[in-house]
Structures are given as C-alpha cells and as structure tokens.
Design a protein around this ligand. Structure first.
Ligand SMILES: [Zn+2]
Length: 470
C-alpha cells in the first residue's frame, strides 16, 4: 500500500521492517474524561488502516497505551495532571477515574466497530521501564537533572523538528500555552522525562526513582510501551495531528537517543474534526460524545460512515446537518443491501477478484476510504448476481466496518415480522366492537381513548375497523 508519511512529508510505498509483519502503535486516550467524537475520528481511521493491512495479508500487532499518569494540562510541562484534575472534579480517586473512563472509551470503540488492540498497556504499569530508559539517557548525556526534575536535552539532537511541515499553529502549542516558563529548562523545547519537584504536591500517584519520589512525563510512556511490545523497530505510529508536536516529536527524540538508530518508519496523522466554531475540543462548544449521538437517535455507525466519506488528512467539518446526510446515505445503503436476494447462486469468482482488486487499489492509496465506499456502490450497480454482490460487500466490510450485512438482515427481519403490539391492538378493537354491539358506548369510547394513548388511531368504515400508528 501507499501511505503518506508525516516524517518524510510524502506518500511512500509501505514496506514493513519484517516482511509480512506490521508493528503498529497508537497513542491511547488520557482517561480523565469521555472521548469526544473528534478524538474518535482518529481511532476510526486507524482502525481502518489496521483492518486494511490485515485484509491485504499482513500479520499486524497493534499496541495502545492508556495514559493514566503524567499528562499535564499544558504541553509545556505546566499545569495540573489531567488525571488529578478529573479525580477532583468527580470526587473520586485517580485509579477509579482511570478505570471508569478506560471502560467508557472501549465501550465507545465497540459501538463504532473499532477493534480492541492486541496489547493495551496502562502507563502506570511500566514504571521500571521508564526508569531504565531515563537512566541511560542521563548516562549518555541526552538528559540532565535540574530543579528536581529530569529533562531531555533537545540541543543534543541533529534534527529535533521532524514534522516541520505542520501548521505553525500546532508547532506553537508549547510556546502558546507555556505562559509559566520552566526556568530549569536549558532549551525552550526540552521536556520532562521524570517529575519529582512539582508545583502540585497533591499528585496522587508517585513512585520511587533514583531521582526521588515522583512520576513519569507523558512522552516517555509511549516510547517505552511501544519498545516493550513492538521492539526496537516500529513500522507505523499513529495519532491525531495535534500529537505530532510536541508529543510525537519528543517520542522520536528520546527513543532514537536511547536506541542509537532510527525507530519508527511511518507516521500517520489524522487531522482534526472541526465544527463551525473551529477545532472540536472538550472545553469549547457542545461536548459531542458517542452517547450524545445515541441519545439523539443516531446509530454510532452512521458517524463511522460519515468519517469514511472523507480523507483522514483533511479536516472534517461536523454539523448535525452533515451527520443527517450521512444517516440518509447509510440507511439507503443498508436498504439496498437488504434488497439483494439471498438465493444461493454460485459466486462469480472472476468478477469478484476484479472488484476486490479495485477496492484494494482505492483504499491502498493512502487510505482513500471515500473511494472504498464508492467501491461498495460500484458493486451494487455491477452486472453480477446478488450472491456475488453480497460476498463482495461482506468482504469490503471487513475493512470498512459498517456492519452492512448484519444491518440489512435486521432490516429484512423487521419488515417481515408482525408489527409490534399488533395482537394487543387487534384484541382491543374486537372488544370495542363487542361493546358497540352491546350499546355500551362509554366502554367503546374508553377503548378508543386507550388506543389513542398507545399512539394508535382507528378508522371505522363499512368494511370494518382499520388502524394506523400516529
Ligand atoms: Zn503517545
């Protein structure tokens, strides 16, 4: 496949370190709050990438961290730990908060058909590894101890800004939010590997270390977790574009300084989900979660479908109107699949191979998911039997994850099943008819009112009584 590599700033042919195998790392959530649907856009697109690689025959191992310590409110190593902030807000312990929001995150993922990673590692479970890596960085002169904290010295690197074609706005994050300048830093972009002296003494989780009791910085967590499970050579590192700087930049700095050789080959960054007011965030505007979509009557897969219709390297504008359009298109697609006959005709293998090749070509070109969706419509229009169409749709959906065959089967079942509550309604209509025959008008009217309260309207005619739901 071809994949745009943020580190080389170009689309490249994807060649993994070990033929046939792909090691993949995804920055997981900081579990202090629910994920908003902008965060989840990244996970959806990364899920499609993982599924596509498997579909294309690779053996994929995907690792994800759970950040439950060390992620501060500001990227400039200042502000409160997000986990502590979440715990205070909800009057719970940091570990309770971490468990609750980890579960909530994976519940959202299940609803969006995002596969559970092969390895999920909470950051608090790897303290010894961080200490080992930080010790070596100190020994080799890449890190220094100042004011009680251990810092990475970015001036020791030949090249620090790897993703230098990012928006200036992204690059400026550390500066913009770094109002409280840390005077211990030798260089503006140096970052904390291990905190001992912190401005917030109420940090809940602390560990013993050669530098005093403290806790790790956010960036070192991802490097160590990836190296532990995926080894010294990582094929693909994914994440949202806002993690490119400083988080991923710092991951590269410390990993390569530690390893002494290049670490990760391909960097895949998913761009923002915007609203009409700008980038979606937890702090501004409506807090859009999967639960909110459900409360408003949307199937979470409609949101997945919405994301697939655009390219991951472009910002996507979210509005309820745009989501409604996606819902209409998704529902139509499901009913078209439901309309296919399920006669067990043999699948036209030659035609199927041709359509599969076109699908792989489309999605394999830097994850062009909207062309992948178009490939579904091409199959529906194709001059092949319905068995072949169903087989192809099931096949493509292994990558797209839209549950099309399942939803279509449910739709057919619903259409053929008797309307819910029909039996009870018919029984009441019969009772009303008997009451009328017995000239018990009060009872007949009461039954009509009862039906009305159930949302059923009845109509009397010479032919008898008919009913409809209103
Ligand atoms: Zn990370």
């Amino acid at each position: 496949m071809k994949l745009y590599n943020s580190a080389s700033h170009q689309k490249e042919e994807f060649v993994p370190h070990t033929p046939g195998k792909v090691s993949m790392y995804t920055c997981g959530p900081t579990v202090y709050h629910f994920a908003h649907i902008g965060n989840l856009r990244s996970y959806i697109m990364e899920d499609v990438l993982e599924k596509f690689l498997r579909y294309d025959g690779y053996d994929v191992k995907r690792v994800m961290n759970i950040t439950d310590v060390g992620h501060l409110a500001s990227d400039a190593d200042t502000g409160e730990d997000k986990m502590v902030k979440g715990a205070k807000r909800e009057h719970k312990s940091v570990l309770e908060i971490a468990q609750f929001y980890t579960d909530a995150f994976f519940a959202d993922c299940r609803k969006l058909n995002i596969k559970y990673p092969d390895v999920v590692q909470p950051a608090t479970g790897m303290i010894d590894d961080y200490i080992k890596v930080i010790s070596k960085l100190l020994d080799t002169g890449y890190a220094y101890f100042a004011g009680g904290n251990v810092y990475f010295d970015t001036s020791k690197l030949k090249q620090y800004y790897v993703f230098n074609d990012h928006d200036e706005e992204d690059l400026a994050v550390g500066v913009r939010e770094g109002v409280e300048e840390d005077l211990n830093k030798r260089n503006k972009n140096d970052f904390v590997l291990w905190f001992t002296k912190s401005k917030f003494e109420d940090q809940a989780l602390k560990w013993d270390s050669p530098w005093g009791v403290g806790y790790p910085g956010w960036h070192i967590e991802c490097s160590c977790i990836s190296m532990k499970y995926n080894g010294e050579y990582l094929d693909i590192h994914c994440g949202g574009i806002d993690n490119a700087f400083p988080h991923h930049t710092n991951e590269i700095a410390q990993s390569e300084a530690y390893l002494g050789h290049p670490w990760c080959k391909y960097w895949m960054h998913v761009h923002h989900l915007n609203t009409n007011h700008g980038k979606m965030s937890k702090s501004s505007g409506e807090f859009l979660t999967v639960s909110l979509l459900e409360e408003k009557g949307y199937d979470p897969l409609v949101y997945r479908f919405f994301c697939l219709q655009s390219h991951y390297r472009k910002s996507l504008i979210f509005s309820w109107e745009n989501l409604d359009n996606a819902k209409t298109a998704y529902d139509k697609l499901v009913s078209r699949v439901a309309a296919l006959s399920d006669d067990p005709a043999p699948v036209d293998e030659a035609a199927a191979a041709k359509y599969k090749a076109a699908f792989i070509e489309a999605v394999g070109n830097d994850l062009n998911t909207s062309l992948g969706v178009t490939a579904l419509y091409d199959v529906l229009k194709a001059d092949v039997n319905d068995a072949t169409k169903r087989a192809l749709i099931g096949s493509f959906d292994q990558v797209l994850g839209l549950d099309l065959l399942e939803k279509a089967a449910a739709l057919r079942e619903k259409a053929s099943a008797p309307a819910e509550g029909a039996e009870e309604i018919e029984a009441l209509i019969t009772q009303r008819l008997e009451a009328k025959k017995a000239k018990d008008w009060a009872k007949a009217d009461a039954i009509r009112d009862q039906l009305k309260a159930m949302g059923v309207e009845i109509k009397d005619s010479k032919e008898g009584t008919t009913w409809t739901r209103v």
